[in-house]
Design a protein around this ligand. Structure first.
Ligand SMILES: *[C@@H]1O[C@H](CO)[C@@H](O)[C@H](O)[C@H]1NC(C)=O
Ligand SMILES: *[C@@H]1O[C@H](CO)[C@@H](O)[C@H](O)[C@H]1NC(C)=O
Ligand SMILES: *[C@@H]1O[C@H](CO)[C@@H](O)[C@H](O)[C@H]1NC(C)=O
Length: 507
């Protein structure tokens, strides 16, 4: 079956081979042997575009334009709380939250928890991070974020404690998991209002001195909130949440190696903490971070066809059934319909074609922020052919350097987040929490961020006889205003994705 696609393809692209022995084609491959049975090697779906992309040239003026930082847009970060009373004289009790989701969803939950504690004049207990069933990382808040910095940055706004005092030590996750408890708030509606909290949580605080809210994700509205509460959320997200020192140090080492590749000391570096970082004399190179979430979960959820043939289709349909048990159905839409609606995540091949069409040439340093790519190196190799200077955590840091984050999805995501915040350009191949978090954070810092137009790309990729120049023209035109231009938050939208105007003021 695997040989169906013929010798020309194999010779031309060398794409089929890695499927048989993926581990030889590390560092980016994470394919497990069991994955092999489920597809034929994914073929490039857009072969003639791909050929043009590999041969592309890009003029200096296009390069300059691409890499130029964003110019000022008349807004700057603005989080100073107004002259409202800061700390309440007396705390009304303790607020405890239990947060689901991956790192970036938990991040929003943390910001909302601070806001809720402020609304209730309560003391916040450092949030409890649940183990996500997909990512399986048991890292605590303190394993990921700098607790001291967090408490200190917010000391004028709310009281925060690391742990509950002894009188309340009974209030644990296990206590709430085993029976119905009066101190558990279980019914917070999605996007609950300030009044909801005052009416439903204040009385519990008053009676018991503590309220444990779970579930808590997305449980505070973005609309009709006092300005100081919104600003406080901004302050938590953009100023108070800082990763633990070892994450920042590893992130800095990766950024340095991306910017100064010729001084690369990774071969000899036993310990990045000792790495000499006096690069002032040399010009820093630029790099793009590409966030590529293309794991099995996402591929299955989208119900799109990714070119892996019937075997892949069946495997994804089966996965949908096992994981979501009928809650996510095999789509009633065809692949074409899904694509033209922009509902399919871009494959590594497609995001590569987008970047190439935008004018990134083959000397572009690309950092791949990615946990796991469904299909492993077999899929990534198409992208690598367009961008040979592609790196990731694994290729840039030694095994010893990665030992503290190994196998920990939240810490791996934290490193990628940190590197993403230090890149010249950020682009994401699919919408999602990481994409939204970084779009928001980079807007706040006025940093260039390319937002792919999924419907446009879906339609372009469906047109099988489009020429490279037509494709390129349409891509450039369609992405003129998608490179970091500030979009103001609309009602119901998240302030963490659209920080203007709430977190920003006129320059
Ligand atoms: C919180 O404290 C402020 C003043 O310190 C007061 O005006 C407000 O009513 C209090 N809110 C609650 C829910 O206790
Ligand atoms: C980049 O493309 C040019 C022109 O097509 C080619 O000469 C060069 O070898 C390529 N560089 C890499 C690193 O592949
Ligand atoms: C592709 O090309 C063929 C033949 O040149 C033409 O008949 C067809 O309409 C084209 N399809 C699209 C989607 O442009």
């Amino acid at each position: 079956m695997r040989h169906q696609s013929g010798g020309t393809l194999l010779g031309l692209l060398g794409l089929l081979l890695p499927v048989f022995i993926p581990s030889l084609f590390s560092p980016l491959s994470h394919a497990s042997p069991s994955a092999l049975s489920e597809w034929n090697a994914p073929k490039p779906r857009h072969l003639h575009l791909f050929k043009s992309a590999v041969e592309r040239q890009s003029s200096d003026s296009v390069q300059n334009e691409l890499w130029n930082p964003l110019s000022g847009q008349g807004l700057r970060p603005c989080i100073l709380t107004t002259n409202t009373p800061s700390l309440p004289e007396k705390s009304q009790g303790y607020i405890q939250v239990f947060l689901d989701g991956g790192l970036n969803q938990q991040r929003m939950g943390i910001c909302d928890a601070v806001a809720v504690a402020k609304i209730l004049n309560a003391t916040l207990v450092i949030p409890y991070l649940e183990v996500n069933p997909v990512w399986q990382d048991s890292s605590s808040f303190g394993d990921i974020f700098d607790v001291e910095h967090f408490i200190d940055a917010l000391k004028d706004d709310i009281r925060i404690v690391r742990d509950l005092p002894d009188d309340f030590s009974w209030s644990t996750r296990d206590y709430y998991a085993t029976a119905i408890r009066p101190t558990r708030i279980k019914t917070a509606p999605v996007h609950a209002s300030v009044n909801w909290y005052l009416e439903n949580v204040s009385p519990v605080l008053l009676s018991y001195g503590i309220a444990a809210i779970a579930p808590f994700s997305h449980r505070l509205t973005f609309d009709n909130l006092p300005m100081d509460i919104q600003r406080l959320r901004c302050k938590v997200n953009f100023e108070a949440l800082s990763f633990v020192p070892h994450i920042r140090a590893l992130g800095d080492a990766l950024v340095n190696r991306l910017r100064y590749p010729s001084d690369d000391s990774r071969a000899t570096a036993g310990n990045y903490l000792r790495e000499v970082t006096d690069f002032t004399a040399k010009e820093a190179g630029k790099f793009v971070v590409l966030h590529l979430r293309f794991d099995k979960d996402m591929a299955a959820h989208s119900a799109c066809d990714f070119g892996g043939g019937k075997a892949e289709k069946l495997a994804l349909a089966k996965y949908r059934q096992v994981i979501w048990q009928g809650r996510v159905l095999n789509s009633q839409f065809t692949d074409e319909e899904l694509r033209s609606q922009g509902r399919c995540p871009l494959t590594p091949e497609e995001i590569g074609l987008l970047l190439a069409a935008l004018g990134f040439d083959n000397s572009t340093r690309l950092y791949l922020a990615s946990h796991k790519v469904y299909g492993g190196e077999a899929r990534i190799s198409t992208l690598r052919k367009m961008f040979p200077l592609m790196e990731d955590k694994k290729s840039l840091a030694s095994a010893e350097e990665r030992v503290q984050i190994k196998g920990k999805a939240s810490l791996l995501a934290a490193v990628d987040y940190y590197v993403s915040m230090h890149s010249d350009i950020f682009i994401s191949a699919s919408p999602g929490n990481m994409h939204n978090a970084l779009v928001g954070h980079r807007t706040y810092e006025n940093m260039k961020t390319i937002r792919p137009s999924m419907p446009l790309l879906g339609q372009l990729f469906l047109n099988k006889n489009i020429s490279w120049s037509e494709f390129q023209e349409a891509v450039i035109e369609g992405h003129k205003n998608r490179q970091g231009q500030i979009r103001l938050r609309k009602p119901k939208q998240s302030l963490y994705t659209y920080p203007a105007p709430d977190c920003m003021c006129g320059a």
